[in-house]
Design a protein. Structure first.
Length: 404
């Protein structure tokens, strides 16, 4: 009787153990019985949901995670994602998805269905080509068996084509794809043409232009040469090469010294590393004469004034620099021409305005340029230039101090 009771108790214990196995932990015997036929003899614990996605045996959380190796990437640069999870050992399938859940890479072992690497697993893919912020996704894929009441993540996705399998999907950290701007120089000539008017043969006149760099990289002027067919009566300084930093300018002086009574037109080719405007062309014109014209206007600058000193702000309001230019016509006839005012501060051109001027013979007229409101501290050097048909060059300068 006692022997029969012992046998009965053993049978009950065996039945209880057999009913408990599928719903609890993934033992190696369970793998051999249920998984080895498809996945091979190399067993795994983390390939089962019970062990591969939780922190510990309470199975109350999800610890699958994916972390990128950097926070910022260039377009197309390799992104390495380290995938971790589980609390046991063994091979798993890890999958890397992009921000649109398009698969980028996976780890599946040599046969494609197991026997490969276990956590941690690193998968790589090229970064997106467009600049922006991105969040990719990683997944643990495996057998869905787990203990009763175990935690499944909000993005748990059963595999409709593989019964009892699915994937736990989580987001990676966010990362940035930054497009590095291409720095390029950009040349500009101000003005883009010089007209010397009538110059007595044997004499000379000098006009200037600013070689400006409006780009974001150093402008390297490598050569300056006369255009084909341009008279050698035009010369210039300084010679190339020279460099103009971004936002600054170089004054280029051109001298016209006619030797005969002809009209000379042509240009200078200014070669640089500007990828768009190369060469830049400075147009030139002038005529040689033996006697001054019978009716000639000759504007001389009698006085040029600019505000000498201003505060950058006075009682919260910005202050402006004002300009006054007095011209006297020493010529024999009336004339209309232009006057240009250029302001340079801290090596940068901050102002350039051209106005029309008209002065009767033997009279003085006062002109005003538009006012200027500075935004930074430092002295501003103003250069006023008047163009007429006399051989001399009329220029005047003034300085404004901008203080706090």
């Amino acid at each position: 009787m006692k022997k029969a009771s012992l046998v009965f108790c053993c049978i009950l214990a065996l039945a209880a153990w057999m009913s408990w196995v599928p719903n609890s932990h993934a033992f190696s015997g369970y793998y051999t019985t249920n998984c080895a036929d498809c996945h091979g003899a190399t067993s795994t614990c983390n390939g089962c949901h019970a062990h591969g996605v939780h922190t510990d045996s309470t199975k109350s959380d999800l610890n699958v995670a994916g972390t990128t190796d950097k926070q910022t990437y260039a377009p197309g640069e390799t992104v390495s994602v380290n995938i971790t999870g589980g609390y046991r050992t063994g091979w798993i399938r890890a999958i890397l998805y992009d921000q649109n859940m398009v698969e980028l890479a996976r780890s599946t072992g040599p046969s494609g269905i197991g026997g490969g690497s276990g956590f941690p697993i690193t998968l790589t893919a090229p970064a997106p080509t467009a600049a922006g912020d991105y969040t990719w996704n990683v997944a643990w894929y495996g057998n869905q068996f787990d203990a009763s009441g175990a935690f499944f993540g909000p993005r748990w996705t059963p595999d409709p084509n593989n019964p009892e399998h699915g994937q736990e999907i989580v987001s990676t950290n966010s990362f940035t794809v930054a497009v590095t701007p291409v720095l390029t120089p950009s040349i500009a000539l101000n003005p883009a043409s010089l007209n010397f008017g009538s110059i007595l043969t044997g004499g000379s006149a000098t006009l200037t232009t600013l070689v400006q760099n409006t780009g974001t990289a150093d402008l390297n002027v490598t050569a300056i040469a006369l255009c084909t067919g341009t008279s050698t009566e035009f010369t210039w300084s300084p010679p190339a090469p020279f460099t103009v930093t971004p936002g600054s300018s170089q004054t280029l002086s051109v001298v016209y010294a006619p030797v005969d009574t002809t009209t000379d037109t042509g240009c200078l080719n200014i070669t640089s590393n500007d990828p768009v405007t190369n060469p830049a062309v400075l147009n030139l014109a002038g005529s040689g004469v033996t006697t001054p014209p019978l009716t000639e206007f000759d504007f001389d600058i009698q006085k040029f004034m600019a505000t000498k000193e201003i505060k950058l702000k006075d009682k919260g309001k910005a202050n402006s620099v004002n300009f006054h230019l007095w011209l006297f016509n020493e010529g024999t006839g009336p004339g209309t021409s232009t006057a240009t005012l250029v302001g340079m501060q801290n090596g940068n051109q901050v102002y350039s305005e051209t106005i029309n001027v008209s002065v009767p013979p033997a009279e003085t007229v006062m002109f005003k340029f538009p006012p200027f409101t500075p935004t930074v501290l430092g002295d501003i050097t103003w250069t006023a230039t008047v163009v007429d048909n006399d051989a001399d060059v009329d220029q005047a300068t003034a300085v404004t101090t901008v203080r706090q």
